[in-house]
Design a binder for this molecule. Structure first.
Ligand code: PMP
Length: 392
């Protein structure tokens, strides 16, 4: 086993070693986290709508915990398919305007399981080069050909669709909002290409669900293209503030997945209390519009403050705001300086992002206030000045 230590040293030397640190929530201040007894302004969570501490969601979970117990005890196909699942799946399908929905334990399992259930040897998956790792792993598991197209490059995708036009099944898959850059996929163009080449289209709304769309349905609804999306995937771990994921599609698709999606078949069902909490979160996501409005206003403010300071930040309007640094070590130093200044924001390095694009990934929440973000932006500017990244 000596090789592991050598490999770890190699990672550490390249400023690429990762380690686990404990972060605790602050119940009276949802926009903060506590690390090593220090309270930090949390700019590194995916709790975009600030729902993880929502009293109605917590109460729904507590109630179900008392009646249904702690765990589900088995996979959904055995005896783990407790009553809260049925209600949630009906509500999800109605919300998304699809025939049916299927809940998975998490987004990683949904993506990897669904892709491997839909394609196999002799098939091809066209996937944006910056799609989430769970999509990439699903393609590897499926044994289908992986046709990776350059980020959002539609002429490149078209050339690949042409090259692989004789493959048996074709699946185009994309994140709706990319997790590390916060930019949007060209969904309308993807729909046109899917039609032209007779491919299936799968969209991962992990970072857009709850945020875009009149009732938080996601970007596909906002752009009114959801009827052309064959497989709609979303998560409950981000905007919903809870845990889990779902797929919406036709009844036939869902029937197929119940029979073929291995993470659903061979893994224990979510605890019933989690499923009940998600149902309550769905009510909040649809009803509390002010959270979306506030989030967009905060995002525009924060983006304009960082841009005005001279930082290179990602495009778009999403609450994911990457501050591009480039060098791994510099990104770590920046993140350390942020922590010294009372801000939690992770340095994201390769292989999560491409080489030479290490960054700080800021993510905003409706739990934040304008004043907190203005203060944070001023501190971030000072760090940039100190590290020589921006000019006075
Ligand atoms: N898809 C995307 C785009 C993601 O960012 C993530 C999580 N970071 C996932 C899927 C996986 O979801 P989960 O955390 O529920 O496993």
């Amino acid at each position: 086993m000596n090789w592991i230590e050598k490999e770890l040293e190699f990672l550490a030397d390249a400023s690429l070693e990762r380690s686990l640190r404990t972060s605790s929530p602050v119940s009276e201040a949802p926009g903060y986290t506590v690390r090593e007894e220090r309270r930090l302004f949390n700019l590194s969570s995916n709790d975009y709508l600030g729902l993880s501490g929502h009293p109605a969601i917590i109460e729904a979970m507590r109630e179900k915990l008392l009646t249904e117990g702690a765990g589900s005890g088995a996979s959904r196909l055995v005896t783990g398919n407790r009553p809260p699942y049925h209600r949630l799946e009906e509500e999800l399908a109605y919300w998304q305007n699809y025939e049916a929905a299927l809940v998975f334990a998490n987004g990683y399992m949904a993506n990897s399981g669904v892709i491997a259930a839909l394609v196999g040897r002799g098939d091809v998956v066209f996937s944006d080069q910056w799609n989430h790792a769970s999509i990439v792993d699903g393609i590897s598991l499926s044994r289908a050909e992986h046709a990776r197209y350059r980020h959002k490059d539609m002429p490149h995708l078209r050339a690949l669709l042409h090259k692989y036009r004789d493959k048996r099944r074709k699946l185009i898959v994309t994140d709706a909002v990319f997790s590390m850059d916060g930019d949007q996929a060209p969904l309308r163009e993807l729909v046109a290409l899917k039609r032209e080449y007779g491919a299936m289209l799968m969209v991962d709304e992990a970072h857009s669900g709850g945020i875009y769309g009149k009732h938080g349905e996601g970007l596909c609804h906002e752009l009114a293209i959801q009827n052309d999306v064959d497989i709609h995937m979303g998560t409950f771990s981000k905007s919903f503030g809870v845990y889990g994921a779902y797929i919406c599609g036709s009844r036939t698709l869902i029937r197929w997945l119940v029979n073929k999606a291995r993470p659903l078949i061979y893994s224990t069902a979510l605890p019933p209390a989690v499923v009940a909490g998600v149902s309550e979160a769905l009510v909040v996501v649809q009803g509390e519009h002010w959270r979306r409005e506030k989030l967009f206003a905060l995002s525009m403010l924060f983006r304009s403050l960082l841009g005005a300071s001279g930082f290179t930040i990602g495009e778009g309007d999403s609450p994911i705001v990457p501050l591009i640094i480039g060098d791994n070590d510099m990104a770590l130093r920046f993140s350390g300086a942020l922590e010294d200044e009372g801000i939690a924001a992770a340095a994201i390095r390769p292989p999560t992002v491409p080489d030479g694009t290490a960054r700080i990934r800021f993510s905003l929440s409706a739990a934040h206030t304008e004043k907190e973000l203005r203060d944070a932006a001023a501190r971030i500017r000072n760090i940039g000045l100190g590290l020589g990244m921006v000019k006075p």
